[in-house]
Structure formats: C-alpha cells, structure tokens
Design a protein around this ligand. Structure first.
Ligand code: OGA
Ligand code: MN
Length: 213
C-alpha cells in the first residue's frame, strides 16, 4: 500500500499546509491524535454486522439540519452486543479519562460514496471538550481550517483508525471530510468510498469555563 511508510509514524498522518508557525504546529499536534489499526478487520466486521441492518432501512439524506453534511444517513445507538460493547469501551477508554460526562449514545454516521461533510465546529451547546471517531469501510481525509487566519491542516484517517480532537483542534478549527474528487493527502490520492464513522462525544460540562479552556 502506498501509505505503508506513513503508517510507521503516526505524526505522518498529519499534513500542515504552508505558513504554519512552528509554535502553533506543536500546539495543534498536542490537540489531536490518530491511531491507525485501532480495531482489527474482524472487529470492523462485527460492528458492521450490528450497524448495517438498521442503516439499510434508512434513506440517504441530502439536506442536513444545518447544511453541513451531504448524502448521509445517521442514527444513535446506546446498547450493543457483547463483543461490540467491548470495542466501544476500548474506544472510550482510549479517548476519555474516565469522564462521567461521556454520552452513552454513539453517533453512527454513514456517508455515501458521493457524500461529504462541510467545514464546521461541533456545537458548543451539545458537545463537550473531546470528539473521538472510529472510521469504518474507507480511508478519508479530514481537513481542518483555522476560523480566523486561514491555516489548513489535513489528517489522513485510514480505515479502522481512531482519531481524537480536543483543545484547539476542537474549538479553533473547523473540520470537514473531503469528497472523493477532492480527497488527496500530500498530493497523493486517497479514494473515498462509502464510510461509516462511530463518533463518541462528551456532554458539555456545566461549568462553562471548563469547556472553553
Ligand atoms: C460530525 C463529524 C466526522 C466523522 O458528525 O460532526 O464531523 O468522522 N463527523 O464522521
Ligand atoms: Mn463534526
């Protein structure tokens, strides 16, 4: 595979477009993490087996409530079979520090091959300090853009990897999942097929200052 070398070094899954000041780069690297091969192929299959029968009943939507996602279907799931519950617990343990703010609802987002997610920041009102996402079925490129100074950084999210966004990666940058035609990482094409993501979120803290620090 073309990215076998990249996978040897996790930080190579992050590509900073030009003009980033070194100090901001370091700060950003501390705010996001990608772990390739977080789950095995058999674990991916096990999750898909439980997810697909429900998803198949839904139609792909073209209109998102705030226009951010195109061609997707989604649901939330709280209870899982025993094997999948263990996988989800492993995701939660790797992503959150025993927080009792973790929402029991896993957001499952099924993005059609022709679908994409436009740049956005997850709602401060509904989502807390960290976002954790497991990618199934397809590699993808997540592009983050600074809301003020136009700086851009790409994350390569291999199939079966886990990513984590916190701090400035969560609050000061928008994130987007590129559509297939635009899906490149360091000028190398990353075909974007149908992709299912499992997203774990914390509830916002009641203490406002906790959420913005
Ligand atoms: C979202 C989102 C990213 C993903 O649903 O808000 O940004 O990995 N999803 O699917
Ligand atoms: Mn989001």
């Amino acid at each position: 595979m073309w990215f076998s070398n990249i996978l040897k070094n996790y930080s190579n899954l992050i590509y900073f477009h030009p003009e980033w000041p070194q100090s901001l780069m370091e700060k950003f690297k501390g705010s996001c993490l990608i772990i390739p091969d977080f789950i095995s192929m058999s674990e991916e299959n096990s999750l898909l087996q439980e997810i697909e029968p429900h998803m198949k009943r839904l139609r792909y939507e073209t209109e998102h409530w705030d226009g951010q996602i195109y061609l997707y279907r989604e649901r939330e799931q709280q209870t899982w079979n025993e094997k999948n519950q263990k996988i989800i617990k492993r995701v939660a343990d790797a992503s959150f520090s025993g927080s009792d703010l973790l929402s029991p609802y896993i957001h499952i987002l099924d993005l059609h091959q022709d679908g994409y997610i436009s740049p956005h920041v997850d709602s401060l009102r509904y989502c807390g300090r960290r976002i954790s996402g497991l990618s199934l079925l397809s590699d993808s490129v997540m592009r983050l853009g600074h809301s003020q100074d136009g700086l851009t950084v790409d994350l390569l999210l291999p199939r079966r990897s886990l990513y984590l966004l916190s701090e400035i990666g969560r609050y000061e940058f928008t994130h987007a999942i590129l559509k297939d035609e635009e899906s490149t990482f360091k000028d190398v094409r990353v075909p974007r097929n149908r992709r299912i993501s499992l997203i774990l979120r914390e509830f916002p803290s009641r203490n406002k200052s906790d959420d913005t620090n």
